[in-house]
Design a protein around this ligand. Structure first.
Ligand SMILES: NC(=O)c1ccc[n+]([C@@H]2O[C@H](COP(=O)([O-])OP(=O)(O)OC[C@H]3O[C@@H](n4cnc5c(N)ncnc54)[C@H](O)[C@@H]3O)[C@@H](O)[C@H]2O)c1
Ligand SMILES: [Zn+2]
Length: 362
């Protein structure tokens, strides 16, 4: 696939996502072409840097490199403070640009540092996980976690440029890669019947990160999310469809202390639950429900949920802010490629759906 460009519209400035195999090796050229200042500071982590550091250092000659510890538990203000300190030591000024090289954690955290250092310096994101390429690097949300919860501090801060190179995915642990695929499927089910049909057709090749279809699928996902966030940058409405699968998904992650499931895997369970609710209401036909479940299952086994009581999940969903007067707000599939946002899912209805996809009884 030749280089593809997807433009994202933002109140803070439009920006392009460039997608293509090997693009990261020509990062400096791309940055020059988009007039992203010459004072570049790379923010990455030791895991990514061990595998891709040599290549990225060559691709961005002269750039200072700041490594912050790897992992969601380090997506904190303390890590951001380390980035600030390193920026000061490197003599960074208003003209400096942070180039984030890593997964969603790095893109979010380095993005937050860029949004706040000197009240905002330039940001370029080079996402290296599938999740970051199709989701975290599209839409300008940056931020960190607090002890009280995930992503509680953040900003909408558009990058100047996103450089998406699918070749990074070849070194990604298989499980991380598959977890990203569930978010890809989410776009198909929630937003695009065409994408769903393609994913269904290509299912056998999807799990292979070296397959050439991956680059075009990433581009499709970026186009879908870019269109949604361009119309609703600050999540006033339209962006909510992207929460498909996430209400139950978040509850499942919380219930298991963020240890058993990768985010995408929890979302996969959430999509199956939402689909059961939708099927019960006649929003999707039997065969659509079957096709959807079959596609999720073809990616491989999900971590089990039989020992997670439906009622515990339900309690956590209720504790989430999406409950109004005992009725639950939910993004439900309405056919393949469309959704309906409803606010009247009854507790019993959700419990039944949870049990029917395999969560524990009482
Ligand atoms: N800003 C947004 O709109 C948005 C959207 C979705 C998710 N997120 C955030 O993204 C984060 C999750 O991102 P993630 O799933 O990418 O996790 P991650 O950043 O923790 O990456 C997963 C693991 O893979 C490693 N890794 C990354 N690229 C690699 C590569 N090419 N080869 C080998 N190893 C590699 C990472 O170092 C890490 O150990 C969460 O914090 C979530 O809140 C943000
Ligand atoms: Zn998600």
């Amino acid at each position: 696939m030749p280089q593809v460009r997807v433009d994202v519209h933002s109140a803070g400035g439009d920006y392009p996502i460039l997608i293509g195999d090997g693009l990261a090796d020509r990062a400096a050229e791309r940055l020059d072409e988009w007039r992203v200042g010459p004072r570049r500071v790379v923010v990455s982590n030791p895991v990514v840097w061990r595998v891709h550091g040599e290549r990225m250092a060559a691709a961005l000659p002269g750039a200072e490199v700041i490594l912050v510890p790897d992992g969601e538990r380090h997506k904190t203000l303390a890590s951001v403070a380390r980035i600030y300190d390193a920026l000061v030591r490197a003599g960074a000024d208003r003209g400096s640009v942070i180039v984030a090289v890593g997964g969603g954690v790095t893109c979010d955290m380095a993005g937050f540092a860029a949004a706040t250092f000197l009240r905002g310096i330039g940001l370029v994101q080079v996402p290296t996980t599938l999740l970051a390429q199709v989701d975290a690097s599209v839409g300008g949300k940056v931020g960190v976690n607090l002890a009280a919860g995930k992503n509680l501090v953040g900003a909408f801060y558009p990058p100047r440029l996103v450089v998406t190179d699918p070749l990074f995915l070849r070194t990604l642990p298989r499980r991380e890669y598959r977890a990203g695929l569930y978010e890809v499927i989410k776009y198909g089910i929630a937003c695009s019947a065409d994408l769903f049909a393609r994913l269904d057709r290509e299912a056998a090749r999807l799990t292979d990160p070296t397959s050439p279809v991956i680059a075009t699928i990433i581009a499709d996902c970026c186009r879908i999310k870019a269109a949604i966030v361009s119309a609703d940058e600050r999540e006033a409405g339209g962006r909510r469809v992207l929460n498909f699968g996430h209400t139950t998904g978040h509850a499942v992650e919380t219930l298991t202390g963020y240890r058993r499931f990768r985010h995408g895997e929890a979302v996969a369970w959430g999509m199956l639950v939402a689909s059961r609710v939708a099927a019960g209401r006649g929003l999707i036909a039997e065969d659509e429900g079957r096709a959807l479940k079959a596609l999720v299952m073809r990616l491989g086994p999900l971590p089990p949920v039989a020992d997670l009581p439906a009622d515990r999940v339900l309690d956590l969903v209720k504790r989430d802010k999406k409950v109004v007067d005992g009725s639950l707000h939910f993004v439900l599939p309405a056919g393949l490629g469309a959704t309906r946002i409803v606010d009247d899912v009854a507790e019993g209805e959700l419990r039944e759906a949870l049990v029917s996809v395999g969560f524990g009884q009482a």
